[in-house]
Design a protein around this ligand. Structure first.
Ligand SMILES: *Cc1c(COP(=O)(O)O)cnc(C)c1O
Length: 369
């Protein structure tokens, strides 16, 4: 790595692979002989058309998305999906089950209440979101139009390690911070959505992967721009799409496929997370936020229990080129986000710092020597 680059542990927008950035840099001024950048060209041009189709096809290949699913490139972030999902999918019994395991699923629940009956199937607020419910802990309704959950809780650092069984009720998941981090069986879901700025591209792009038959039954008040069916019909180009982000996304898809796909990413991500969790566990000065079985591979959350010491950790780490380790304002403490673009060297460097900091400020280690 060039010396000018830091190890960036931000939760989103987050680091991108150097190879992807260099490719974009190389193509910036003159994209494939057009004499202009992707930022400057018409979204209706044949050149851009090729880019968006490649982005879709590569994404289909990477995530093994069947033909009866649409892949949409939208705007408004994952947060807009909090409204778009109920507007389009609360269409039979006007009722949906929501599972609350963190801040974003909480906001999604509040938003959905505007459009129909919301039944909370589980609420982790009482245990400060340290826990992912087991199947037995979910109280699902048979007549819900869909069940919504958040597969990885970016702020609290907890993650579902199974797909809930909804007994045939369509399943919707916010996968903003775990998409493409491991294999996923798309056919288990009616709809998946992700703000792309965590693990896929710069901010400004939202990915929706949905079974096509779920679209076309939206509530009559649905705003023009929030109809899935319209976006499917217009191949995400009803209006001007976020062209440059789609281009960056396509470069990221190529990179992920070259690296060995999501199967290889899962291996690397597990190795990175195991290493960091294991290192943190060696020193009593660090307290991990999540219960062991609920830990996220993507966002590792921890604290010392002393706010001043937490601040010192973040400050000292920064001096060593390990940046954006401050936890979310809702949790305090520290958070290291280990998305696909964070390589093992970054995590090893962080672990060395974790050890050094503990020795300097944290008293005794569990381990000898
Ligand atoms: C970041 C995040 C969001 C919000 O995303 P925006 O694109 O900023 O709207 C929603 N859900 C999860 C799980 C996230 O990590």
């Amino acid at each position: 790595m060039e010396k000018v680059r830091v190890y960036n542990f931000a939760a989103g927008p987050s680091c991108l692979p150097l190879a992807v950035l260099l490719k974009a840099q190389k193509e910036l001024l003159n994209y494939e002989g057009t004499g202009m950048s992707v930022m400057e060209m018409s979204h209706r041009s044949p050149v851009f058309s090729k880019i968006i189709h490649h982005a879709e096809n590569a994404c289909r290949k990477l995530l093994h998305i069947p033909d009866d699913y649409a892949v949409l490139f939208l705007q408004g972030g994952a947060s807009t999906q909090f409204s778009m999902v109920p507007l389009n999918l609360m269409n039979k019994n006007k009722k949906a089950d929501y599972i609350i395991t963190g801040n974003f699923s909480n906001i999604a629940t509040t938003e959905a209440k505007k459009y129909g009956d919301v039944h909370v199937a589980y609420d982790g607020t009482v245990n400060h979101f340290i826990h992912i419910p087991t199947q037995d802990e979910l109280s699902l309704s048979a007549d819900a139009d869909y069940v919504h959950y958040c597969a990885n809780n970016t702020i609290y650092g907890t993650q579902w390690h199974y797909v809930p069984d909804t007994h045939g009720v369509p399943l919707v998941a916010d996968v903003s911070s775990c998409i493409a981090s491991e294999p996923i069986d798309v056919t288990k879901f009616a709809l998946l959505y992700a703000g792309a700025q965590k693990n896929l591209s710069p901010a400004g792009l939202t990915i929706v992967i949905m079974r096509k038959d779920m679209a076309g039954h939206e509530q009559s008040i649905t705003p023009l721009m929030l109809s899935y069916q319209r976006m499917i019909d217009k191949e995400s180009m009803y209006n001007t799409p976020p062209c440059f982000q789609i281009y960056m996304f396509s470069l990221m898809m190529d990179w992920l496929l070259e690296q060995g796909g999501v199967e290889e990413m899962a291996k690397r991500n597990k190795e990175k997370a195991d290493l960091l969790y294991h290192t943190l566990e060696q020193y009593p000065v660090y307290r991990l936020h999540a219960e062991k079985d609920s830990r996220s591979t993507m966002n590792v959350t921890f604290r010392t229990g002393d706010e001043k010491l937490d601040a010192l950790f973040v400050e000292e780490a920064k001096k060593e080129g390990l940046v954006n380790l401050k936890g979310h304002r809702l949790t305090g403490g520290m958070r290291a986000s280990l998305y696909n673009a964070m390589d093992i060297d970054g995590v090893k460097t962080l672990c060395t710092f974790v050890e050094k900091f503990a020795r300097e400020y944290g008293g005794q280690s569990h381990v000898q020597g």
